[in-house]
Design a protein around this ligand. Structure first.
Ligand code: ACO
Length: 401
């Protein structure tokens, strides 16, 4: 009888790293994170500077092409993206196959995956030009697909893209506009939306990006790979945390209830966690949360609204950051902690929060996918395992068991 465990000894060096806490799966020149210092750079540029001075289209160009664009390059890129915003008309019938109360992330997985059945002229992944067309299509069509998922859920007619608007402005109009009326984009909300997209654009080898890379490593259809990323992002430990964080803040309600929830988060017999807190890589303040917190104030001022949940969130942060448990475990607010408060003020239901994350992260996914396919050393991703089942044994006929 062969002892399968002994076989591992024959295969030389073998590491076991559940959750990939200390294993790099690839080389990448896109994004750098220093988790101890709370630093996030895209192609060398700090996220704070990009959020303050850049636009999502500019950051998308940067991630895809390696350098910031000149004015001419940016105009051409924006024009190219705007040319791809329409969806094949037949795709709109897909939505009708879903229940109206379906979670929009379920609709996103289905519709984005279905793109693979339509755009056959951008699926030869050995051709860099076709890869770029697939990337542009995905970046351009995500706002249309996401807005249609929202429209379908509220029973309103779909709106076609209006390509003289900005990327964020077009998305806001397709989501909140109605066909019979002019929709005026609020410039402050448009700017906030664009900034939220920048903050979510890429974050190196997180679970959904690793999923896109793994799916893509087999040579799979690019649209199907992005659908796989969307599925992974949906989980509450990842992109689904923005929805979960606002639901948690609503449950907590007023600041006087915070100590009860802090106690629950520390209690190991209770599965409750503070949503929007903690990160695998950041052991310091997530720099995206800093920008997000500032953006909440700007949106409130522009819309002349306030939300008591923001006060609850600020107080919760203050209490947690002074608590021994959170200090010792280095748990800080992450990008998802404040994003829900802004998105809710803009008018999005919580179920759309992760959809917005997917929309913005699409640029990171396609840039990472392109980088991987262009790498001459690229191999199919094939993690190993430590087998813990029985050693080899003989089949026993059913009557003798
Ligand atoms: N509340 C309470 N305790 C926490 C939290 C939290 N939010 N996050 C981590 N901890 C504790 C764990 O219980 C664990 O304690 P232990 O060492 O006593 O067992 C310790 O901190 C380490 O946590 P792990 O789960 O092992 O850390 P990991 O790196 O695997 O997880 C994660 C990171 C998933 C983000 C985690 O912090 C979490 O669940 N946070 C809440 C969900 C969330 O906000 N997700 C969004 C992440 S950012 C993004 O995807 C955009």
């Amino acid at each position: 009888v062969i002892d399968i465990r002994k076989l591992y000894a024959k295969s030389g060096m073998f590491t076991y790293d559940p959750g990939f806490t200390s294993t790099a799966s690839c080389e990448s020149a896109l994004t750098y994170i220093d988790g101890d210092e709370g630093v996030l750079l895209h192609r060398g540029y700090p996220i704070g500077e990009l959020a303050e001075h850049s636009s999502f289209m500019e950051v998308s160009y940067l991630l895809l092409n390696g350098e910031l664009p000149s004015q001419d390059e940016l105009s051409k890129f924006e024009y190219t993206i705007s040319r791809h915003t329409m969806l094949h008309e037949q795709l709109s019938t897909f939505y009708r196959g879903f229940r109206r109360d379906a979670h929009p992330m379920a609709v996103m997985c289905g519709v984005v995956g279905a793109l693979s059945a339509f755009y056959h002229d951008s699926t030869d992944i050995s051709d860099p030009h076709q890869r770029m067309i697939a990337s542009h299509r995905l970046i351009a069509k995500m706002p249309t697909i996401a807005a249609m998922a929202y429209k379908y859920s509220v029973g309103q007619p779909f709106l076609y893209p209006k390509n003289d608007l900005s990327y964020a402005g077009n998305f806001l109009r397709m989501t909140f506009g109605v066909p019979a009326e002019e929709y005026e984009v609020n410039p402050a909300v448009e700017r906030a939306m664009d900034r939220i997209f920048i903050l979510h654009a890429d974050h190196e080898q997180n679970a959904s990006t690793s999923t896109v890379r793994l799916a893509g490593s087999s040579g799979a259809n690019p649209f199907a790979c992005i659908a796989a990323g969307i599925a992974c992002l949906w989980g509450p430990a990842h992109g689904g945390a923005n929805e979960a964080a606002l639901n948690m803040l609503r449950e907590i309600g007023t600041p006087d209830k915070i100590p009860e929830y802090i106690a629950r988060a520390k209690d190991k017999s209770d599965p409750f966690r503070l949503m929007g807190f903690g990160h695998r890589v950041y052991k310091n303040y997530d720099p995206r949360a800093t920008v997000m917190q500032k953006t909440v104030r700007e949106v409130f001022e522009a819309l002349n609204v306030s939300d008591p949940l923001f006060e609850t969130a600020l107080r919760l942060e203050e209490i947690a950051l002074n608590d021994e448990y959170f200090i010792e475990k280095k748990l800080f607010p992450n990008v998802d902690f404040y994003s829900g408060v802004i998105l809710s003020a803009i008018g999005f239901p919580t179920t759309m929060f992760t959809v917005l994350f997917a929309l913005a992260r699409t640029v990171g996914w396609v840039a990472q996918w392109n980088e991987m396919i262009s790498d001459p050393e690229q191999k199919i991703g094939r993690p190993r395992q430590l087998y813990t089942g029985p050693t080899e044994r003989s089949y026993v006929p059913i009557g003798q068991r």
